[in-house]
Design a protein around this ligand. Sequence first.
Ligand code: ATP
Length: 470
Amino acid sequence: MAAEKNELMEKIVSLCKRRGFVFPSSEIYGGFAAVYDFGPYGVELAKNIREAWWKYMVQLREDIVGLDAAIFMHPKVWEASGHVGGFSDPLAECKECHTRVRVDHLLEEAVVAADEKMSETAINQLFSLNKERIVCPKCGKKNFTEAKSFNLLVQSNLGNFTGNLGENPVYLRGETCQGIYVNYKNVLDSVRVKMPFGIAQIGKAFRNEITARQFIFRTREFEQMEMQYFTRPEAEMDEYEKLRAYRFQFYLDMGMKAEHLRWHKHENLVFYAKEAYDIEYQFPFGFKELEGVHARGDYDLTQHAKFSGVALDYLDPITNEKYIPHIIESSVGVGRMFLAFLTEAYTEEALEGGDTRVVLKLPKKLAPVKVAVFPLMKNKPELVAKAKEVFDSLKGNMMCEFDDNGNVGKRYRRQDEIGTPYCVTVDFDTIGQGEDKTLENTVTVRDRDTMQQERVKIEELSVYLQKYFN
Ligand code: ATP
């Protein structure tokens, strides 16, 4: 089973490279650890994921507004948030091969309940108790240093011309939600929101991750989609249950199988948190966190009010009640969701004649290319001209690709591998040179999943196809 799963991961990684979804960063220089670039189809898939999330979290919600805060923030933000003192993972080193490991992850793999929020002492006790069961993932030996807390914030020299980062360096943000907290008052004062309301944001975050394996699951530069929801203190847990249900439903609505998703409750809560659950997805390497849905109490706004000296409480216009709003959050990485959708979509199907086709059964809305248009033959100018005409008539409404390379069978295989839901072929019947003259100005539309073909009038094609994507 494990070998099969790893094989699946290898196939996904290979498809991503071969078909232009994901490339290792700076590859011609040998790559750059834990950083990846999205290629031509990857950038489309990532954009569609962002759009689907935004539609669900902002467009369909009258109580949620959007924001795009800068990556760089005042250094005090990270003191207030606790990141300077406490945003750390437990790091140990293999004394044999010097591989650095995340101790909480190694303990979890050995089925010992642990997480990064435990104290250094607590995690070292567990590490020592289980030392016989924990092996280095690289050399297989069991000889580690003690675990030490390693801070994940990435520093920069922005605005610093001394060459010395000093005591208060400017950080690249470690999470996007701090940009939301510090803009809570601006949003409240500028747009007509009233409690409870949410602020959503999509943006880059940076973390000095210790172990960065598993492809785009864990990277040092990544993008987060986060929504922070502000509530009356007494309403926090009710709203939290609603948000949990809403976020789980998102994945079901996007076609993920319920049995590939599950809830994981955090046993070790940070002191201020009320409750914390993760939505886990069954990645090829097992069930792992896809998204966090957490109830954070009033910690965030209380801290920022304290460190900034600006009052951040809310005055209810009807009851005149004054309070610091409590916050519940939903937070997920674009890259992690990208990998989850690829895992869900990757399919190998046996065809008649003994062939196998690889097909990405992505939700149609997420597919990088919606429609591929082919002339039946490349060397027949009338076919090519008509196919171009069809392509031009569609491209304003959906992402299309014109493909005249190789035979139609090969083109289907290529489009299947990138998950294109429909292929449109212009043949001799289309241009009135076939046997059946009633088929003039019609094209063949082939469905990715069923491989069924249908004849559709060109004048009706755009409407016919668009209904699948709206
Ligand atoms: P993990 O336990 O996997 O390190 P975390 O609990 O630190 O994750 P959060 O800080 O809660 O993660 O971040 C919220 C979400 O952001 C995660 O559920 C994940 O989808 C995404 N995320 C966090 N770190 C990374 C990373 N290094 N690379 C890609 N996505 C990430």
